[in-house]
Write a protein that binds this ligand. Structure first.
Ligand code: HEC
Length: 241
């Protein structure tokens, strides 16, 4: 029974052929830092053109392995709103590590006007749906199929069987080499989808790694207790001659 409990605690949900295996979803699983770093590059170079990520500060990118210096430099390349100038015109300034990641559109209305629909903020996108990471991955890799007969796709819209309405205003953005990876990884559609999905899962739950480390320590502690308890029990109930 103990063995069974432990096994069920430590084994992971089996992955299907199409979707990657999400290592971070097992009880002691961790986010892989190299994957997270690549995922941020996909987010930054592709998704951030349309989607924002308001809940995350640049400083928190230390969680994906960026150094303080990397973070300062990354932030400094982004412009964020900074009130208005004397003539009432909106001003911007370079971001600092304490700033939140910028949103590309000032409002949902402006985004809808530009894109036909407002792209949701991605801070918690991986938690919006049950099994969010698998759904995001599927969403990104399900473009280009032939729509069922009878489904008319209006101009500027795209067939995507994963979308609730099967028709989306988001174009197929993850084409091969849409991202330039700094570690030289080949940016296939599947690679980018896997990396950015992992990054989005991290962004929605940046403290998972620490929590899972604590979980591992707790399991070891419990195992030690079981051993001690078993030994004590044998000691107490030992048949005396
Ligand atoms: C050209 C602009 C654009 C880019 C770039 C873009 N998106 Fe989107 N995205 C949209 C729009 C617009 C919607 C809303 C679609 C709708 O409601 O019809 C959307 C919706 C989504 C959805 C569906 C959300 C839901 O509630 O079903 C996901 C998932 C998504 N985007 C992920 C991404 C990821 C990840 C990236 C980067 C790899 C990305 N998007 C890049 C415009 C974009």
């Amino acid at each position: 029974m103990k063995r069974f409990l432990l096994l069920s605690l430590l084994t992971t949900i089996p992955a299907t052929a199409q979707t990657p295996h999400w290592s971070f979803q097992s009880p002691t699983g961790q986010f892989d830092r190299a994957t997270l770093k690549r995922g941020y590059e996909v987010y930054d170079q592709v998704c951030a053109t349309c989607h924002g990520m308001k809940a995350l500060t640049f400083a928190e990118l230390s969680g994906i392995g960026l150094s303080e210096d990397d973070i300062r430099k990354t932030a400094a390349t982004k412009q964020i709103p900074d009130g208005t100038d004397a003539g009432g015109q909106p001003k911007t300034r370079a971001a600092t590590p304490d700033d939140h990641l910028p949103s590309p559109f000032p409002s949902d209305e402006a985004a809808t006007q530009a894109l036909g629909a407002a792209p949701p903020d991605q801070s918690h996108l991986a938690q919006t749906y049950e099994d969010g990471p698998t759904r995001i991955y599927a969403y990104l890799t399900s473009y280009g199929q032939t729509p069922p007969p009878g489904l008319k796709i209006p101009p500027g819209r795209f067939y995507n069987p994963i979308d609730g309405a099967k028709i989306t205003a988001m174009p197929p953005v993850l084409t091969d080499d849409a991202t330039t990876y700094s570690d030289g990884t080949k940016a296939t559609t599947a690679q980018q989808a896997r990396d950015v999905t992992t990054f989005l899962a991290w962004a929605a739950d940046p403290h998972l790694n620490q929590r899972h480390h604590i979980g591992e320590a707790a399991i070891l502690y419990l195992l030690a207790l079981i051993v001690l308890a078993t030994l004590t029990k044998h000691q107490i109930w030992r048949k005396r001659p």
